[in-house]
Ligand binder design. Structure first.
Ligand SMILES: Nc1nc2c(ncn2[C@@H]2O[C@H](COP(=O)(O)OP(=O)(O)O)[C@@H](O)[C@H]2O)c(=O)[nH]1
Ligand SMILES: [Mg+2]
Length: 404
């Protein structure tokens, strides 16, 4: 046996030990030299989402794939999930980034890796030999025209038809695909393995319209374990904590000194007119909620994508009846650093720690705040509250309680 072979074998051995040792504490990090063996043996899935979808729906799509990949590990499938970078989101109107942003800008990727075998796309780029990243097969998922065939919704998929990939490969121009396959798909995400198994030699597989496959199970312990692993980037947390401490004099997880509201406007106020209140209606509902919950509270934190003119009106009307209204207004350097995506997360963190929260009906931005509050341990009556329309029915929000 040559010295070179011995060294190679030792590295392989070390890698096996490290990978198994790491199982309890996360998955192999491709940046570690010891994981090179893994890169050769691993296969990779990456996905893209319907271009107009926002950040918080995309977080749920991530969870579907992360859970699918984490469960696959338990059946010794050597697949990893590549985290699709954030690029040019429709709602990011102040600071559109010219380049794709990695997940580490927003999340604690080490924590994600503790739950699922995930890698950033730039980590993969640094491992491949070519300048071009070639995806073996791109499955463009499409909805069936009729989800309820014979009145029944059932899991199914079918290859065929016409389709185009309508995305941008996360802003990269060095990405190509060898083969594109159109697939009509409905039902649980784990059925994607059936598709993948049709081409067992594929190493890099991509799914476009990753929002189409659904969670196998929603709200289970595994769901919440995955959700808990989605910790935010430390700088965002620290900025939010500093704000809470400064304006609401609270340094604990569960604050008692302010109420928070997520007031979703823009496309929501236009397309869901019957679910959202007017400014006057919003003021009345916030005032009633505080009077019922704790009339001592005067501080209100508002997170919103609303226009300045609307926010000024809302602030004035609340101040007129004795409240102190707060918004998180980033400095220019914070905006440059965190971008719209980070600022939105800071808004969410501040909402999450408030004594009482009122959200917008069926907004995924609101859902993510509610989940965070469940994780923090708030009484659910302080979390699952919504703004109602000025007139007409006001359905209670669904309560997704944590399972530990
Ligand atoms: N900073 C900030 N941005 C918001 C707020 N509400 C909505 N947005 C922006 O609008 C986007 C809404 O899309 P999405 O995350 O899918 O949530 P949804 O459309 O409300 O379900 C967010 O990702 C943010 O970029 C808010 O309260 N504060
Ligand atoms: Mg949305």
């Amino acid at each position: 046996m040559s010295i070179k072979m011995i060294i190679n074998l030792s590295i392989l051995f070390l890698c096996v030990i490290l990978t198994s040792a790491e199982k309890g504490d996360g998955y192999c990090d491709l940046k570690e030299k010891t994981c090179d063996g893994d890169f050769l043996n691993e296969k990779f899935i990456i996905y893209d989402v319907n271009p107009p979808e926002g950040f918080n729906l995309r977080r749920d799509v991530y969870m579907r794939f992360a859970i699918m990949l984490s469960e696959a590990r338990q059946h010794h499938k050597n697949w990893m999930l590549i985290l699709p970078p954030w690029y040019s989101l429709y709602h990011w109107q102040t600071t559109q980034s010219d380049f794709p942003l990695p997940w580490s800008n927003f999340f604690d990727v080490k924590s994600l890796k503790k739950f699922a075998p995930v890698v950033e796309l730039h980590e993969v780029f640094s491992k491949i030999e070519s300048n071009i990243f070639t995806i073996d097969r791109l499955y463009v998922l499409q909805n069936y025209p009729d989800a309820f065939e014979n009145g029944e919704f059932r899991d199914k998929w079918e290859i065929g038809g016409n389709c185009d990939y309508d995305g941008t490969f996360w802003g990269y121009n060095n990405v190509t695909v060898k083969e594109t396959v159109c697939v009509k798909y409905q039902g649980r995400i784990s059925n994607l393995w059936e598709l993948i198994s049709l081409n067992p030699t594929d190493k890099f597989v991509m799914f476009a319209h990753g929002e189409i496959p659904l969670h196998d199970q929603y709200g289970t312990k595994t769901f919440w374990d995955c959700r808990k692993s989605m910790k935010f980037n430390k700088n965002l947390i620290n900025t939010a904590k500093k704000y809470i401490s400064e304006y609401f004099n609270c340094n604990s997880k569960i604050c008692t000194t302010y109420v928070s509201v997520h007031w979703r406007r823009r496309d929501f106020a236009r397309s869901r007119k019957k679910d959202v209140p007017s400014i006057k209606g919003t003021v009345k509902q916030i005032d009633n909620a505080i009077k019922n919950y704790n009339p001592q509270i005067v501080n209100i934190f508002i997170a919103s994508d609303g226009q300045n003119s609307e926010l000024i009106k809302l602030e004035k009307q609340l101040s007129d009846i004795g409240y102190k209204v707060h918004f998180y207004l980033p400095t220019q350097s914070e905006l440059d650093k965190f971008k719209d995506g980070g600022v939105a997360i800071i808004d969410q963190i501040i909402c999450s720690h408030a004594a009482y929260f009122i959200g917008t009906y069926e907004s995924t931005f609101t859902f993510r705040i509610q989940e965070e509050r469940e994780i923090l341990g708030f009484e659910s009556s302080t979390t699952f509250n919504r703004l109602c329309p000025d007139k007409g029915r006001c359905e209670a929000p669904s309560k997704w309680k944590i399972v530990n």
